[in-house]
Design a protein around this ligand. Structure first.
Ligand code: 9Z3
Length: 401
């Protein structure tokens, strides 16, 4: 028997990892409903020859118990995904918005953030009516109109998930349903995906007890034949310390690129906190998965700069110009430019600041970086489509407000 070629070996390993993962970890209850909704949505837009983008958004939870009381989570509020979805709609795309439940949503995000409570935008009018404050009315009306337009034209499908496993089941299902769209499909993976999880077969059924004494009692009860639901687990309480042992989540980008969505354009995000490794990690990801674009960002500067890493081209930094940057309590503006400097690619940062405000931007003071990112991604997608379809120039179909 001849030895498998190294490439094929890798392929079958990724396929095996996929098979094992989905065999071991149950699908979410909502999967069938989501699948039917996505199928109808994709069919509707495919028959109109429209581009469809899957935007993933928000964090993924990692449950520690089957009847989940505790879970591991991450910081993502879904700003990147929700904001980008609006700009994709503006650019004429139908959007499947696969988001962490309760994270920010396109349009409503302007009023649902804890620092932007929607009630503060309203007041009581005459005869018991509710009206928007004068100063906010114009902007609210503009957001409301765009939201209604998206709803009435069936341009936005909202699909929620909670855990990392829910996310991966949905991602695979939707990617496979999008295959008939060919190069007209775009994957924009902005969700902050956990790298670690507790596999189903090692997860306890019931709430983890807070002391080893309590756990001992449960085990005693179990030994004496009384059912407690606590299964042997790698998640254990030892001398009042909770020790959690997590498995790595299989690398699904490989399967997305090679198996689930081989013709669509795939954009992944790479998040780092250390400026000195951002660019190299983004390159590593692109080399490993051979997709179209990695957008690198630092936690501390993600609202003001990102780097586009594509095969065969120099890194391209996209920045919000200084005077258009919104303040962020969690961000550090003084770190803008640092990752480019550390990557030894400083000249690529010069002249790359975006100075023009896109004509469709509604917020005057701050420039949202997604208003710069999305049109660039759309241009690249057009080029991918032109190459795949072997056609001449394809005209981007931006929506007029
Ligand atoms: C990102 O890097 C997003 O831009 C952020 C957006 C999560 C930073 P916010 O929700 O933040 O606007 O507050 N997303 C992708 C991060 C990620 O998990 N990437 C994985 C990886 O780097 C999988 S492709 O390996």
């Amino acid at each position: 028997m001849s030895a498998a070629r190294p490439g094929l070996e890798r392929q079958s390993t990724a396929e095996e990892a996929e098979h094992d993962y989905f065999a071991m970890n149950d699908p979410p209850r909502s999967l069938q409903t989501h699948s039917a909704q996505a199928k109808a949505f994709i069919g509707h837009h495919a028959s109109r020859d429209r581009r469809v983008v899957l935007v993933t958004s928000g964090g993924t939870t990692v449950p520690l118990e089957n009847q989940t009381v505790r879970f591991i989570d991450n910081f993502s509020a879904g700003t990147r995904g929700a904001t980008s979805a609006e700009y994709f709609l503006k650019a004429g795309y139908a959007v499947i918005f696969l988001h962490r439940q309760y994270s920010l949503l396109p349009y409503s995000r302007h009023y649902s953030h804890s620092t932007n409570c929607f009630l503060d935008f309203l007041r009581e009018g005459s005869h018991g009516s509710v009206v928007a404050h004068e100063e906010y009315r114009e902007e609210m009306l503009s957001v409301l109109r765009k939201y209604n337009w998206a709803k009435e034209n069936n341009m936005l499908l909202l699909l929620p998930f909670t855990t990392i496993t829910d996310y991966l089941w949905n991602l695979r299902e939707i990617a496979q349903l999008m295959r008939p769209l060919g190069s007209k499909s775009l994957f924009y993976l902005a969700a902050a995906v956990s790298d670690f999880f507790v596999p189903k077969d090692r997860m306890v059924e019931h709430k983890i007890q807070s002391s080893d004494a309590a756990e001992r009692n449960i085990r005693k009860a179990k030994d004496s034949g009384r059912e407690t639901g606590l299964e042997p687990s790698v998640t254990s309480v030892q001398s009042k310390r909770l020790v959690v042992d997590l498995d790595p989540v299989p690398k699904f980008l490989k399967r997305l690129v090679d198996g689930w969505a081989p013709e669509g354009m795939i954009v992944s995000f790479k998040l780092e906190t250390d400026p000195s490794i951002l660019a190299s990690k983004a390159h590593y990801s692109l080399d490993r998965y051979s997709h179209h674009l990695v957008i690198g960002n630092l936690l501390s500067t993600r609202k003001w700069e990102v780097v586009f890493v594509t095969p065969g081209s120099p890194d391209r930094w996209i920045r919000v110009p200084k005077h258009r940057r919104t303040k962020s309590l969690s961000g550090s503006e003084d770190q803008v430019g640092l990752a480019a400097l550390k990557s030894g690619n400083a000249e690529a940062t010069e002249g790359c600041d975006a100075t023009e405000q896109p004509e469709y931007l509604s917020v005057e003071e701050g420039l949202e970086i997604e208003s710069l990112i999305v049109p660039e991604v759309v241009k690249m997608h057009t080029a991918v489509m032109e190459r795949t379809l072997g056609r001449g120039r394809i005209v981007d179909e931006a929506r007029k407000d």
